[in-house]
Design a protein. Structure first.
Length: 341
């Protein structure tokens, strides 16, 4: 049934990243643990027992002996449940079963982890330890609230120096050739020629996962000037362009794009040189959104336009502590303006 689910549902609905993630869950967790069971064997009670055993180390005499004592995190279980619930919704439509045994299954609570990110002062302290290309990347990530894949997918065609705007309409990803084949290359805008030993994967520019990710971001003049300087540098050094590929902003002299792992490597090296605690490059997006919420006095819609979040609620849930501070500041301003002596 899971093979039918992938072929009839997943291929038409999933993006490349979702396809790879869901197929990984099915291959590594669902089939080894449930693959030998008949669909009719899965009842709500059995599902509850299965989930309990997944989260706790099963006894040696457990009926689910194929788990061999392995446990998983609550986050992974939620991902597995999402796939199974969706698969059995389709199974009902296909008349394999009459009900979904994963409906209202008991799931553990998810506890959000505290996100460590750089303060504006730390960003300032970090920049002198960066080479020009990393410095440009940090400026854009902090000022533009870009995701890493969006940042590395930027082309010169995306920049409008007259209006100070930059258009986010694609992302750089490394995906498996199997996924490209199964999904018939959908959403791929350009595939870079393989280099070296890239036999199983391709580096591609592809459409963003959600419509809300396509957006226009307005940049500060200082960041626009940094972009102009970098464009001049590429011109002076005669950067080449990969055949038929767009002109990448973040690329090597041969025109091939800089990849996420490389950006992360040099970012962590700069953090170490600056004596700043290690954080992910993605944390710059959190730094950016937090700073913009403070600057705008908690204007969620304005920040959402830059960040590309699908729902404003996502910003509220993640950055509620910042919004609370903005509300406290408003109370102080109200006192000063309305109740002033």
């Amino acid at each position: 049934m899971m093979e039918v689910y992938i072929q009839l549902y997943g291929i038409s609905r999933w993006s490349f990243s979702t396809y790879q993630a869901n197929c990984g869950l099915i291959r590594h967790y669902i089939l080894p643990q449930l693959g030998s069971m008949r669909l009719t064997e899965l009842t709500p009670r059995v599902v509850a027992e299965l989930y309990r055993c997944l989260l706790t180390q099963p006894r040696i005499d457990s009926p689910y002996h194929h788990w061999k004592g392995q446990t998983i995190s609550a986050c992974t279980l939620h991902s597995i449940h999402k796939v199974l619930h969706s698969a059995f919704e389709q199974a009902i439509l296909w008349e394999y079963v009459t009900r979904n045994p994963f409906y209202r299954a008991p799931l553990p609570k998810m506890h959000s982890r505290h996100q460590n990110f750089l303060t504006p002062t730390q960003v300032e302290a970090l920049l002198p330890h960066c080479d020009p290309i990393l410095s440009l990347g940090i400026h854009l990530a902090f000022a533009g609230s870009f995701r890493k894949g969006e940042l590395l997918a930027l082309t010169w065609e995306d920049v409008d120096f007259n209006t100070g705007a930059i258009h986010i309409n694609k992302t750089l990803s490394r995906i498996s050739r199997e996924a490209v084949k199964q999904l018939n290359g959908k959403d791929i805008l350009f595939a870079f020629p393989p280099a070296g030993r890239e036999l199983q994967t391709l580096l591609v520019l592809k459409q963003p996962k959600t419509e809300s990710s396509v957006r226009i971001v307005y940049l500060p003049k200082t960041v626009l000037q940094a972009l102009k300087n970098h464009q001049s540098l590429q011109s002076r050094n005669n950067y080449t362009v990969v055949s038929d590929a767009p002109e990448m902003i973040f690329c090597y002299e041969d025109g091939r794009p800089i990849q996420e792992s490389t950006l992360t490597k040099y970012f962590h090296a700069a953090l170490e040189q600056a004596g700043i605690p290690k954080v992910s490059f993605h944390s710059l997006r959190h730094s950016s959104i937090t700073y913009k919420l403070i600057l705008s006095g908690g204007n969620i819609k304005a920040v959402q336009g830059d960040s590309g979040h699908a729902q404003a609620d996502m910003i509220i849930e993640t950055y509620g502590h910042i919004l609370d501070q903005c509300r406290r500041d408003n109370a102080v301003r109200f006192e000063q303006d309305f109740y002033k002596d």
